[in-house]
Every structure is written in C-alpha cells, then in structure tokens.
Design a protein. Structure first.
Length: 521
C-alpha cells in the first residue's frame, strides 16, 4: 500500500467519522413502531368499514334501481376511486421526499377522515364516487408507503428496497415477527389488524336510529350509515394528534446536515452533485488487509451503473416480461374476488348470492381477516421448502381456482332446503383458509421481481413498472368483474353463471402461465 493511499484513507476515515458523529438521523425507538402501528390500524379500519353496507347504501340512495343492478354501480365506484389512488402513488413519494414523511401521513389521515365523514352523508352516486376517490387518493396507499419509508429511515435494514417493494405490492401478507431488521417487510400485519376492526364499526354502529334510543332522531334516520363513518373519521383525527406529538420527522431533506463538509470528488464521480466521492480511498483500504475497518457513511444518492441510464433495459428480459404479465393477471384476479365477495354475499340466493345481511357480511369479513392473520406464519416455511417461483404457482392456482369454484358451490348449498347454516359457514371457512394460503402469491411475486432485477437501479425501475402494472389491474378489476356479475344475474346465459365461467377461465389461464415461469439462473 503506497504512502499516498494511506494518507488518503486516513483522511477519509477522519472525515467519515466526523460525518457519522454529526449525522442527524433519528435514533430507532419502539415508540415509533407503536405509533405507526396505530396509524395503519386507524387508516385501514376507516377506509374499509364501508364494505359491509356499501351495496345496500347504493340501493337506498336510488343509484341502482334494484339489487340486481347494484354490481355495475359498486364496480364503478371502486374503479374510479382506484384510479385516483393509482394517480397519487408517484406524487405522494415526491411530497414525502421534498416536504417530509409526516406531511404525507397528515394528508393520509385528514384525507381519510374527510372523505369517510362525507361518504356517510352522501345521498347521490356522484357524492359516493367523490368521497371514495378522496379516501383512495389520500388514504391507505399514502399512509402505507409513508409508514414503510419512516421505518426504513429509522432502521438499518440492508434490504430496505426489497422491503418497500414487498409492502407496496402485498396487501395482506407478512411474517408477523417485528424484529428491527425485518420491521419494514412485516409491518403489513398492521393492515390486517385494521381489517379486523373495520367490520366492528359497521356492525355495531350502522342504523343507530333503530338500535339505540338516544339516536332516534330524523338525522340518523335519514343517514343510517353516517355514525360508523363519523366514528372512523374521529379515529383518524385522533391519529393526527398522536403523530404530531409522538413521531419525529425522518426525511433527510428536513434533517439539516449542511454543517458537515465532505471532500470533493477528484475523479471517477458519476454524479456532479455528489460531493462525497470515496471510490479511490475505499479501494486503497480494501487492498490493505492490515488496515482497520472503516465506517463509510450511507448516502441517499444511488450508485451509478450503466443500467441506470437505460430505462428500457428492464423490459428486454423475457423473464421480466413474463413476470409483469403474470403479476397483472394475479392482481386482477385477487382484486376481482376481493371486490366481488361483499356484493356476492349481499345478493339474494335466487340470484346467485348468499342473501346475507349487513351484520353477517361484517362477520364474514372479520372471520376472513382473522383466518388470513393466523395463516401468515407458515409463509416462511413454505417459501424455504418450495422456493418463491414454485410456491407462487401453487398459491396462485389454489387461490384462483378455489375462489372461482367456491362461490357457485356455496350458492348451491344455500339453495338446498336440507342444508343448514352451520354447514354453509363451515364451507365458507374452508374457502377462507384456501384463499388465505393462496394469498402467498403476492409476496412470492415481489421476491421474484427482486431476484429478476439485474442491478439495484434496475430494481428501482422494475418496482415502479410493476406498481404501475398492478395499479392498472386494480383499476380494471372492479368494473369488469362486477359488471359481468350484474350481466350474469340479469341474463339466462349459462343459467346465470357467466361470471363464474369468466373467472374460472381466467384462473386456469393464470395457473397454467404461472407454471411456465422459470427460477432465476
């Protein structure tokens, strides 16, 4: 090792040490985890508490002329709202970087609170669409992304990029073990806790005028769903106060480190704005085995690779194109069945549904969330046993085929005069178990995307592309599937089973295609 290299390394070490000592990164505390947990529970519970009664609400306000026509209008509301949620993904990340993570969290809490409050007061279809769009645009998606970003800012997880992609793509899966290095990847368990709470609001607080004598007033009679919506809004407003008092700002742009001067780049710098070039000294240190280990500062600037300057490089891989196609089909199917379940349960038995009441639908949704929560643990075991690629094919096939077959079979059971409620509920519980195991496909897809990326820069590009693909599927699924369901009810084609044939064919195609995916070399 040359003397010049040693002096360079020594200077670098002293500068790095000073930079580390003066860094203003907030210290990790479990208090922040508790606060963010409460945030996700509040936003998710508030945004999803309308599912048990939204179809009946559409009928009550006169938007749908009869229960048989509610499918189109329910799908229209979710599709338009999903489009607004898709449109705010990128602007939300920009705001989080420029103005801070807490700004986005405030917007999510206040947007969800305002949108849900006016949703319960709406008497027109336009009002329902507008309020639901506000909730989707400023609610769970922004809160979810900001939560994971804050946890990544606070923790020292080396796989933070993969964790962000995982929590953005998967809605219900996680390992449920909150260790410091896995906290970002596992915090979507909080969303399931929100799903456990939301039906309670709906079941206990809807129609208060007929349930509680102190609410026997004209206002509550005219707005039977206002109370649960206002209760959810109050929960979010309480979250604003909690975030202000208990959470620190973690965005680097809001943490002043201008007093720390770093050496200028001499050569080899790929970013003219990056004044902390360490490549030559780092190579000198690496060549001297006797040199003490040096602490190199983390930087928010990406390391430059050739792939970073060629966005199209991601598309040129046949494997990635196959993954994107499969992810779109997967998300279309999962969103379709998720949006279809409340409408199908609400639909009368004679029209192919279960004819369940609002309270019963709320219980079903809670039971489904509980079962999915209990099934979170075995994912790591199955992934280690089968591998992400093969587990994806198995889980997607189980989810898609079991859902496409379970809905019509459950309706046949409900039509049978000799079938009691116990066996119907038992069969529905079996369906929840299969769909919970099948939901592993979302986490597996994220892992396969990460494995397929040729570089960290390509991973960032791929995450953005895949999120766009998933967003398109989320926008298309409700209006397409629920409209086909409405057509099935009104027509006699295939004895009203057009929607099940459509979903079964799509599920078979998705299953066959998933088995053609190859493991990474």
């Amino acid at each position: 090792m040359s003397p010049g290299s040693g002096q360079t390394a020594e200077c670098l070490g002293s500068d790095v040490e000073a930079h580390s000592l003066l860094s203003s990164k907030p210290k990790f505390r479990w208090t922040f985890v508790i606060v963010l947990s409460a945030l996700m529970i509040a936003v998710t519970a508030t945004s999803e508490l309308t599912w048990p009664f939204i179809n009946q609400m559409i009928v009550d306000i006169g938007a749908a002329p009869n229960p048989q026509s509610v499918g189109f209008y329910s799908g229209l509301i979710e599709t338009v709202a999903s489009f607004f949620g898709f449109a705010t993904i990128f602007p939300g990340s920009v705001v989080a970087d420029w103005y801070g993570r807490k700004t986005v969290i405030y917007a999510a809490l206040l947007g969800t609170a305002i949108g849900q409050a006016f949703f319960g007061l709406s008497n027109t279809l336009f009002g329902l669409i507008a309020c639901r769009s506000i909730i989707y645009a400023l609610g769970p998606q922004l809160a979810w992304s900001a939560t994971v970003t804050v946890l990544g800012d606070l923790s020292d997880d080396g796989s933070h990029g993969a964790a962000i992609s995982a929590v953005n793509a998967s809605y219900r899966l996680g390992q449920g073990i909150f260790t410091k290095n896995q906290i970002s990847a596992n915090c979507n368990v909080l969303r399931i806790l929100g799903q456990l709470i939301s039906p309670i609001f709906s079941a206990a607080l809807a129609h208060p005028a007929s349930r509680y004598k102190w609410f026997n007033l004209p206002f509550w009679k005219d707005h039977p769903y206002a109370l649960p919506c206002l209760a959810g809004s109050t929960l979010c407003l309480g979250g604003v106060y909690m975030i202000e008092c208990c959470l620190v700002e973690t965005a680097p742009v809001r943490n002043d480190t201008s007093g720390v001067e770093c050496p200028k780049a001499s050569y080899g710098s790929t970013n003219p704005t990056n004044n902390f070039e360490t490549a030559p000294a780092a190579m000198a240190i690496a060549q001297d085995e006797a040199a003490p280990p040096q602490m190199l500062p983390a930087t928010l600037e990406p390391v430059a690779h050739q792939a970073a300057y060629h966005p199209g490089v991601v598309w040129y891989s046949p494997r990635i194109i196959q993954l994107l196609l499969s992810s779109w089909i997967m998300y279309f199917i999962t969103i379709s069945f998720s949006a279809l379940f409340p409408l199908w349960a609400f639909t009368p038995i004679t029209n192919g549904g279960l004819g369940a009441s609002e309270n019963t639908i709320g219980i079903y949704i809670s039971a489904r969330a509980i079962i999915q929560f209990l099934l979170l643990g075995p994912f790591a075991y199955f992934e280690n046993w089968f591998g992400a690629t093969r587990l994806y094919a198995y889980s997607l096939s189980v989810y898609a085929l079991s859902s496409a077959l379970s809905f019509p079979l459950l309706n046949l059971m409900a039509r049978s005069p000799d079938m009691n409620v116990f066996w119907i509920n038992t069969a529905l519980g079996a369906h929840f178990i299969l769909s919970g195991l099948g939901n592993y496909c979302t986490s597996c897809m994220v892992m396969m995307m990460n494995q397929a990326a040729p570089s960290p820069q390509a991973l960032s590009q791929l995450v953005g592309i895949s999120q766009s693909v998933l967003g398109i599927g989320q926008c298309m699924a409700p209006i397409v599937t629920l409209s086909v369901f409405e057509f099935s009810i009104k027509s006699d084609v295939l004895n009203g089973n057009v929607v099940w044939v459509f979903l079964l064919v799509l599920s078979l195609a998705a299953s066959i295609h998933s088995f053609t995916l190859k493991k990474p070399a």
